[in-house]
Design a protein around this ligand. Sequence first.
Ligand code: PHE
Length: 335
Amino acid sequence: MEQQQYDSLAAIQTASDTAALKEVRLHYLGKSGAISCLSERMRTLSKEERPAMGQLLNQWRNTFTEALEAKGKILLDQADAATFASLDATLPGTASWQGGMHPLTLLTDRIVQIFRRLGFTMAEGPDIDDEWHCFDSLNTPLDHPARQEQDTFYLPDGRLLRTHTSTVQIRAMEQAPPPLRIIAPGAAYRRDEIDATHLSQFTQMEVLCVGKGITLGDLKGTAEFFFRELFGTETECRFRPHFFPFTEPSYEIDVRSSTLSHQWLELAGCGMVDPAVFEALNKKRGDRAYDPEEISGFAFGFGLERLVMILTGISDIRMLTENDLRFLKQFAREF
Ligand code: PHE
């Protein structure tokens, strides 16, 4: 048995790969392997002989399996080393383009974060809407120029591509009673001649806050907070009286900041929700949830392309729609 034991360990040492090692293992530990057969034969031994024989066999099995494991590891390491040796680490890698967000998406995300801190939630509405949501409910009468054929895209069935995201104000108030604090980013459409500062499809963000005791002070505070978060703490806002059918009083917000060339820039339209808008909603809802004697609200809206242009310093709005990767990549991580 000593000779056999010696042979078994030598066989492990001479095995040159894992397949050969497996053979050796089977030869000794397999069902009809030497070690297994000897274990079988133990049964035929006398009581006196058995313990000594058992001990010897155990010893053999242990040294054999240990040697087997050790050799297995060595063979694996050798195989790994051989693979690495054939690799050329100086070859160029496979480039992987992960993609990046469009500057408009990045800015939208950033603005959503700012308003989320003030307790605003996101609201959505369809791009194709009806005249009631786009105009009538917003106190914009039939003879208003915005409703003319040449200003708006009408579908044959009378529906239209929304000319502003103010439609989402209406949809949000239709669905839920006050208090309400929503922002609604999305596409808006106008029959504008496309040039360096106009697109026929652009992006707006609507902000609406309705509840008991909401004042013009809340509107100013919210707008100022927002623009300071965006452009820096030294940013100034100027509320210039204006007219929108759906707000009263109405203003345009001009913004000036050292980070924006110190010029006053007209960036948003805003105002206190007109009581006529609330009444249109009450009529549609069939209740008095938006009783203008009880509640008030402010709204403002702004174009995102213009903000992206200011923040990135690009001078032609069309660059945002051309999908030229050389252009887009520059701004992929800008915001
Ligand atoms: N909807 C207006 C526009 O498109 C902007 C606006 C929104 C004005 C909300 C006042 C209140 O010009």
